[in-house]
Write a protein that binds this ligand. Structure first.
Ligand code: AMP
Length: 612
C-alpha cells in the first residue's frame, strides 16, 4: 500500500520523479531524489551544470526567504529558470499564479506532464548524489508550533477561532513569528558586549567563519561577530525603515535568521562566509519572546509598532462567556443608545450604542424598528434575529440579542468603519489591492461558513459587507437570509420581491431558486465592486437589461485593479449554470491562494528568486 501522503497519486507514478524510499519527515520534499534542501541559487545552478544542462533538467530546493516554500530550478535552452513554490496554510503548494498541489512531489509530477506557464515541461530530475544529504532548513521544524503558540498567547484564541485567525492572517503571522525565531538559534547570544563576544568566540576551537549574532546596545538592530585567522571581526547588521536586515549594500531579508542562512552560503562583503555557530548554551532552552499579554476586556492590545490585525479587535472572538451562554433577550437597562445614526433602511434606523455585560462594555449597533405596529416589518426583523442568533464566525456580524422596549431593537456587534463600498470609494488612495484581497478572502471565509451551515444569504453585496476596520470585514444584513432544510440545497421564493437584481444569479430571477451557488454569483459581483473601489455594477443598465446582457453571454470586464487570476474567480462565480459554478469551499481556497501569494510576493526583495 502507498504511504498516506502519496495515496492520492495514480497507481504508477513516473518512477523518475518519486523516490522508492519514503520515510517520515517534517519536510514533505525530504525523500525526493532531486531535492537538495537549503542550497543557494548558485549551488543549484552548479548541480544543473554538472548534470549536463539537458532541456527540462530540474531540481527542487528550499526557498531561503519564503517560509515553508521551495524553489524549482530548471534548464531549458541552456538557460536557468527559478520558480518559487509557495506553501499555503491548507498544506497545498503552488507556483505563483498556478494551481495548488497536495505536495511538492505532486507539483513536480504535474509540471512533468504540463508546462502550464513554465518555459517547458519538467523532463529529467537532477538527482542528488546518494552520499549527499539534503541540506536542512532552520525554521521548518519550529514554524507550526510557534505559529499556534503565538496566536494562543497573543490573542488568547483556541479551537475554531484560532484556526480562523491563522487561515485569514497567515502571511502576517508568519512574518511576526519569523521575526522572533532567531532567539531559538544556537548562534544568537542576546545582549552581550563586544568584549564578551570576543571572549566567547575565542573559547574552544576557532575555525574561520565561527560566528555569533548579538543585540546591539541601541536601536533594536543586531551585530555579527566572526572569527577569521584567529581575529574577531565585528559587523553591524543594518536595519532599514521597513524592518529588513542586511549587510551594507547586501541583499535584504525579513528576518535575521534568513540573513544568517544566506551568509553561510555567500560572504556578501564579509571576510568569509559564515561557518560553525559559536553556541550559546542557554539558547536551546529559551522560548522565543512573544509580545507580553496586555489583556483588556477579552483581547490583547497589540504592540504599538505593528499594524492592527483583526484579532486585535473586539469582535474576532465570540463575546459570550461560555458559562453564561449567549443571551437572546437583552434588558433595556443594560443598553445605552446614542442619538448617532449609523444608517437606515425600510425597517427604521441603526444607532450607535453600548451594551453592559458581565465582562465589560461592548460597542454595539442597534437596529431600531421604526413602527412597532407594522407586523410585517416586525416579523421580518424577528426572522433576521432568528437567523443571526444561529451564526458565530469572525467574518459575520454577530447578533448580541433582542431588546423589547420602546421599540423592538436588534443589538449587534459594531462594525465602525461602515459599508465596504463606501469605505473603498472614499479611501481609494490608501487601500491597496492586497488589502482588498485580504478583505474579500475574509468574506469568502464567512460565506464558506454559511454554506457549511446550510444558510443562504440572498443579499451579498459590498453595501452589506461592513468593516470593523481597514483590515477586518464582516458580512451583515440577514434580512433576506434563509436556513435551508437538512435535505434541501435551495430555497424557492413563492413570489418575487424587492430584489437586488444586479447581484442575482439567473436561476434566482428566472426560477426564484436561491442556494449557496447563487450567493457565489453575488460574491462575484461583490468582488467586482471591491476591485472597482465601490463602483456601481452594470453602471447605466436597468434590471431587465442586465438580464439580457447575462443571457447573451456577456459579463462585466476586469476592473483595472483586479489581478488576472482573481478576475478568473469572478468569471467562475458568474458561470451561468449553478451546478457548474464553484461552491464557496472552492472559492475560498482560490481567494486564499491569491491572497497568500500576493502577500508573500510583496515581501521579498533583492535576493533574486523570481522567475526569469
Ligand atoms: P442594514 O439594513 O442592516 O443594511 O443596515 C443599514 C445601515 O446601518 C448599514 O448600511 C450600515 O451603515 C449601518 N449598520 C448596520 N449594521 C451595522 C453594524 N453592525 N455596525 C455598524 N453599522 C451598521
Amino acid at each position: 500500500m502507498l504511504p498516506q501522503r502519496f495515496a492520492f497519486l495514480s497507481p504508477s507514478p513516473p518512477p523518475a520523479l518519486l523516490s522508492p524510499v519514503v520515510t517520515m519527515s517534517l519536510d514533505p520534499a525530504a525523500d525526493l531524489p532531486f531535492y537538495y534542501g537549503s542550497v543557494s541559487r548558485a549551488e543549484a545552478e552548479r548541480h544543473l551544470k554538472l548534470a549536463g544542462m539537458a532541456d527540462g533538467l530540474f531540481l527542487l530546493r528550499r526557498c531561503l526567504r519564503s517560509l515553508g516554500g521551495y524553489v524549482l530550478s530548471a534548464v531549458w535552452s541552456l538557460q536557468f529558470h527559478h520558480y518559487p513554490v509557495e506553501k499555503r496554510l491548507d498544506g497545498t503548494y503552488c507556483l505563483s499564479g498556478g494551481r495548488p498541489h497536495c505536495g511538492p512531489a505532486e507539483l513536480c509530477e504535474f509540471y512533468g506532464r504540463d508546462p502550464d506557464g513554465l518555459a517547458g515541461a519538467l523532463r529529467k530530475p537532477c538527482r542528488r548524489s546518494p552520499d549527499a544529504a539534503v541540506r536542512a532548513g532552520v525554521f521548518d521544524s519550529l514554524r507550526d508550533n510557534m505559529l499556534r503558540e503565538y496566536v494562543k498567547q497573543t490573542w488568547n484564541l483556541e479551537g475554531e477561532a484560532m484556526e480562523q485567525a491563522i487561515i485569514s492572517q497567515a502571511p502576517q503571522l508568519e512574518k511576526l513569528i519569523a521575526t522572533t525565531a532567531h532567539e531559538k538559534m544556537p548562534w544568537y547570544h542576546g545582549r552581550v558586549a563586544r568584549q564578551e563576544a570576543v571572549r566567547r568566540l575565542h573559547s574552544g576551537a576557532q575555525p574561520d567563519g565561527k560566528f555569533l549574532v548579538r543585540d546591539r546596545q541601541e536601536s533594536g538592530s543586531f551585530a555579527l561577530s566572526m572569527v577569521y585567522g584567529k581575529t574577531v571581526y565585528h559587523y553591524q547588521i543594518l536595519l532599514d525603515k521597513s524592518g529588513k536586515h542586511s549587510m551594507p549594500e547586501g541583499t535584504k531579508f525579513d528576518t535575521i535568521w534568513q540573513l544568517v542562512e544566506y551568509l553561510k552560503m555567500k560572504a556578501d562583503g564579509l571576510v568569509t562566509h559564515l561557518g560553525e555557530a559559536c553556541v550559546n548554551g542557554k539558547a536551546a532552552a529559551k522560548t522565543p519572546s512573544l509580545p507580553g499579554p496586555r489583556r483588556t476586556n477579552g483581547y490583547t492590545a497589540p504592540p504599538q509598532e505593528r499594524e492592527l490585525l483583526p484579532m486585535d479587535c473586539d469582535g474576532f472572538n465570540p463575546y459570550h462567556n461560555p458559562s453564561e451562554g449567549r443571551r437572546f433577550h437583552i434588558q433595556r437597562s443594560r443598553l445605552l443608545i446614542d442619538e448617532v445614526e449609523l444608517g437606515s433602511g425600510n425597517f427604521g434606523c441603526v444607532k450607535k450604542g453600548v451594551l453592559m455585560t458581565e465582562s465589560g462594555q461592548i460597542d454595539v449597533a442597534v437596529k431600531v424598528l421604526k413602527n412597532d405596529n407594522e407586523t410585517l416589518v416586525r416579523e421580518e426583523m424577528l426572522r433576521e434575529a432568528e437567523i443571526m442568533h444561529q451564526l458565530s464566525n469572525p467574518f459575520i456580524v454577530r447578533m448580541l440579542g433582542l431588546c423589547h422596549a420602546e421599540s423592538l431593537m436588534l443589538v449587534m456587534e459594531m462594525a465602525a468603519a461602515g459599508p465596504l463600498n463606501k469605505y473603498l470609494s472614499s479611501n481609494k488612495d490608501t487601500v491597496t489591492v492586497e488589502n482588498i484581497m485580504g478583505l474579500m478572502h475574509q468574506v469568502s471565509m464567512g460565506m464558506k461558513y454559511l454554506e457549511e451551515k446550510n444558510f443562504v444569504h440572498r443579499d451579498l453585496a459590498a453595501r452589506n459587507v461592513l468593516l470593523v476596520k481597514k483590515q477586518f470585514a464582516k458580512i451583515s444584513d440577514f434580512g433576506l437570509s434563509k436556513a435551508l432544510g437538512v435535505d434541501d440545497n435551495y430555497y424557492k421564493a413563492r413570489t418575487a420581491g424587492k430584489w437586488p437584481l444586479k447581484w442575482y444569479a439567473p436561476e434566482c430571477i428566472n426560477f426564484h431558486k436561491f442556494s449557496s451557488k447563487s450567493d457565489v454569483w453575488s460574491f462575484g459581483v461583490t468582488l467586482w465592486e471591491a476591485f472597482t473601489y465601490g463602483g456601481k455594477p452594470y453602471k447605466k443598465m436597468k434590471g431587465p437589461e442586465v438580464m439580457r446582457f447575462i443571457e447573451g453571454g456577456s459579463r462585466m470586464e476586469r476592473p483595472a485593479a483586479c489581478p488576472e487570476t482573481t478576475y478568473g474567480v469572478m468569471r467562475e462565480c458568474w458561470t451561468y449554470k449553478h451546478d457548474e459554478r464553484p461552491d464557496f469551499r472552492t472559492v475560498e481556497e482560490a481567494m486564499r491562494s491569491h491572497y497568500y501569494s500576493m502577500s508573500s510576493r510583496a515581501e521579498p526583495e533583492g535576493a533574486g528568486e523570481s522567475p526569469q
